[in-house]
Write a protein that binds this ligand. Structure first.
Ligand SMILES: Cc1ncc(COP(=O)(O)O)c(C=O)c1O
Length: 456
């Protein structure tokens, strides 16, 4: 695009557009503040910058941009019917096929999927299902939702903000909804109890029991949480933790919802992370990768015996005008087929091994990388001022700006969040090549060197 056209677009955007998380006009001065096109794992912005995106748009585009197989599936279905069906909630052909496929790749007796448009909806629906379920079962006093903090983000609506541990996305909207109770999420690098695994004997899960006992199990409908706490900076659970949460949910008759909006669809080397962790939740919530980033599709995937009670007068009063668009379900099916054909679950595991090795080596050499956490294609690289005390940098924004700048200088869009310290959050595509991975590692190594030079 000509630079005069790009400048005109920026001035129009400054005047009329309220971009997500960034009303600040200086936002438009940054590379990739406005995107022109995508190519494989690269984004090309309106200024002509071509950058590798190892965050795959927050994990929403796990097969990269413009994969021909996905584009063909979308356009074939769009040609049949491009919008929602005439009778609003009647599905088009690909939707039941995707529901069947999801049931076949999820563990245990998880079977039915109710579709929505984004991860927020999927979690909101799961909470509504849990509350309604207990009413149908004659236990209507069970309404509370137990969730975790910090991190463990579940969405933007008021109910999901109430169920999330991102305090900065809660405070401006208070008062939040009643009946949402939080306990600590595990974070072994900075254990909230100053304990060490395995001597801690998973005290972090034990806190869940204490909260249940204090709140009274006869008032609790569900637990909601991720396994790997992506919202905290890619923090996988300690071994056995999620199984223990499952046991406690069983013991106290609490429905267990796991949010796999990021971790689902292959990112941990399994279709769903719960399988890797060895437990079966009552509901899995899905978004992002369910349409492989082709558009707003999400799902709440529910155990057979739970879904079965929502019949007759107990119909679930829930559904969205655009929840479950056929062309996105077609993309969902095509993406799953692509992953199976190209053995990409195994590749996700292999990418995880490469990232553990290479990022681990960078951490050893660096004075400012305190922790590296890897789970399949997900990785968190945490910067600290002091590796012994784990003290964070005082000016997190300045460190993050430098990391992003060095990344861009090296052709990589390094996603450095400042929520809980400076943490690079990698969610690389299942299709990322070894060469592209090397480029990411080089950018991180150089960014760490610059941070060391400027801030130590
Ligand atoms: C773990 C998790 N759950 C839920 C959501 C909300 O998804 P959406 O933005 O599609 O509403 C997100 C979004 O980043 C997420 O990371």
């Amino acid at each position: 695009m000509k630079s005069s056209q790009a400048d005109r677009l920026v001035s129009i955007a400054k005047e009329y557009l309220w971009p997500a998380f960034a009303r600040d006009a200086s936002f438009f001065g940054r590379p990739v503040s406005m995107v022109s096109s995508g190519e494989g794992r690269h984004i090309i912005d309106i200024f002509g910058n071509r950058l590798l995106d190892p965050n795959s748009c927050g994990g929403a585009v796990p097969l990269g941009f413009n994969l021909p197989e996905l584009m063909e599936a979308v356009s074939a279905q769009m040609k049949k019917i491009m919008n929602t069906t005439p009778s609003l909630f009647v599905p088009t052909e690909p939707l039941p096929l995707l529901a069947e496929k999801i049931a076949s790749i999820s563990p245990g007796n998880l079977k039915y999927t109710i579709f929505g448009s984004n991860g927020t909806d999927a979690n909101d629906a799961a909470i509504k299902i849990a509350r309604h379920y207990w009413k149908i079962m004659g236990k209507g006093s069970k309404y509370k939702v137990i969730h975790r903090y910090p991190g463990d983000y579940h969405g933007m609506s008021l109910s999901t903000a109430s169920a999330s541990g991102h305090n900065f996305r809660r405070a401006p909207f208070e008062p939040l909804m009643a009946g949402f109770i939080a306990f600590h999420s595990p974070y072994c690098y900075r254990c909230p109890y100053r304990m060490t695994y395995p001597e801690c004997d998973l005290y972090c899960a034990e806190e869940f029991r204490q909260v249940i006992e204090f709140e009274d199990p006869s008032t609790i409908a569900c637990f909601i949480g991720e396994s790997t706490n992506t919202g905290l900076g890619i923090v996988p659970p300690p071994p056995g933790y999620m199984k223990k949460i499952r046991q406690l949910c069983d013991e106290y008759e609490i429905l267990m919802i796991t949010d796999e909006v990021i971790t689902g669809f292959g990112k941990t080397g399994f279709w769903f992370e719960c399988e890797k962790e060895g437990f079966v939740p009552d509901m899995i919530t899905m978004g992002k990768g369910i349409s492989w980033g082709c558009g707003p599709l999400a799902g709440t995937h529910v155990k057979d015996d739970i879904a079965q009670v929502f019949t007759g007068p107990n119909v679930l009063q829930h559904g969205y005008t655009f929840g479950g668009m056929g062309y996105l379900a077609a993309a969902g099916l095509a993406g799953i087929e692509y992953v199976e054909k190209h053995n990409l679950l195994a590749r996700a595991t292999e990418i995880g091994e490469i990232m553990s090795r290479e990022l681990g080596a960078i951490k050893e050499k660096s004075k400012v990388i305190g922790d590296v956490r890897v789970n399949g294609v997900l990785a968190g690289v945490e910067f600290v001022k002091d590796k012994t005390t784990k003290e964070r940098f005082a000016d997190r924004a300045a460190v993050a700006d430098l990391v992003v700048k060095v990344g861009i200088d090296n052709g990589v869009l390094l996603p450095c969040s400042t929520w809980y310290g400076d943490i690079i959050m990698l969610m690389v595509q299942l299709t990322m090549t070894d060469e592209e991975l090397s480029q990411v590692f080089t950018a991180i190594e150089r960014a760490a060197a610059e941070v060391e030079k400027k801030f130590l």
